[in-house]
Write a protein that binds this ligand. Sequence first.
Ligand code: NAP
Length: 306
Amino acid sequence: MRIHEYGGLEVLKFEEAPCPRPQAGEVLIRVRAAGVNPVDWKVRKGDAKNLLKHSLPLIPGWDVSGIVVATGREVQRLKVGDEVYSLLDIYRNGAYAEYAVMRESAVALKPSSIDDIHSAAIPMAALTAWQSLFHAGGLQAGQKVLIHGAAGGVGSFAVQLARWKGAYVIGTASGENRHFLSELGADEIIDYRRTSFETVVHGADVVLDTIGGDTLLRSWGVLGVNGILVSIADQPSPEEALKRDVRQAFVFTMPMATELAEIAALVDAGRLRPVVDTVVPLAEARRAQMLSQSGHTHGKIVLQVD
Ligand SMILES: NC(=O)c1ccc[n+]([C@@H]2O[C@H](COP(=O)([O-])OP(=O)(O)OC[C@H]3O[C@@H](n4cnc5c(N)ncnc54)[C@H](OP(=O)(O)O)[C@@H]3O)[C@@H](O)[C@H]2O)c1
């Protein structure tokens, strides 16, 4: 599935493309499933063209689960036949395809207890939650965290990871997701359509903002002393953080095999579960992106490739 130009859903073309070859340090993955993320359709629309500078035609979609079918020179850890998952390099071709290549350092063995559809739902969303809460946010047991968009792809992992860490977890979502979020382990759920979160949350140690805009701006006031506002949607203002004597960070998620391996271990131990909302065949990637664009996904959308 490729795009030759930026634009609407119609620019996604189902066609033959050359099979990539693994270079030194890279593995060739036969794709069984590809996870869908909002960045896929943002790239298709051209919203990220100045930042990512892709060359066209481009295969979108950077979440993959599949099997290693060839290895380049200097690949040491992985071998043909390994069942793997990865967040591919967002500057290159993605996983809406039968084959994809990635450097070994960002490819991990997939969780053995789940199928490829569920593994493909993990990499970008779970790595984003992990890097935002633990690296940028420094979240510790006993701290209070507010997670915006808690029912979405990133949010559904963030709630579970924060709970696993031993934090007190507050999530915002629309009312129909209340039961879903309490199942994932949220201690408090705020229906953002009925309640302004800043009127009920105080003294948060970490806020994870997956929404941006007004939600980000209203989040400053809920932070406690030395709290941190971590956004993956908009850059928080360093001046505002300074003025309020709190901290801020913007996270741009990085592919990491070591973290994917830790996440796989949590999944296999039953501590973390990917929530798949909808599975769509690769040929219907337009429908998958249309669903993702609705902005109200409950967990993840996955393309079945194999
Ligand atoms: N910087 C990075 O590296 C990075 C990495 C990954 C994702 N992102 C970005 O982060 C954003 C979220 O990604 P995602 O994969 O989690 O998206 P997603 O799966 O589409 O989830 C969106 C969620 O937002 C909720 N929502 C919408 N408006 C809301 C509001 N005002 N308050 C609270 N919740 C609201 C929706 O829940 P309801 O149905 O309950 O409304 C939905 O569950 C996207 O913009 C994506 O591009 C950035």
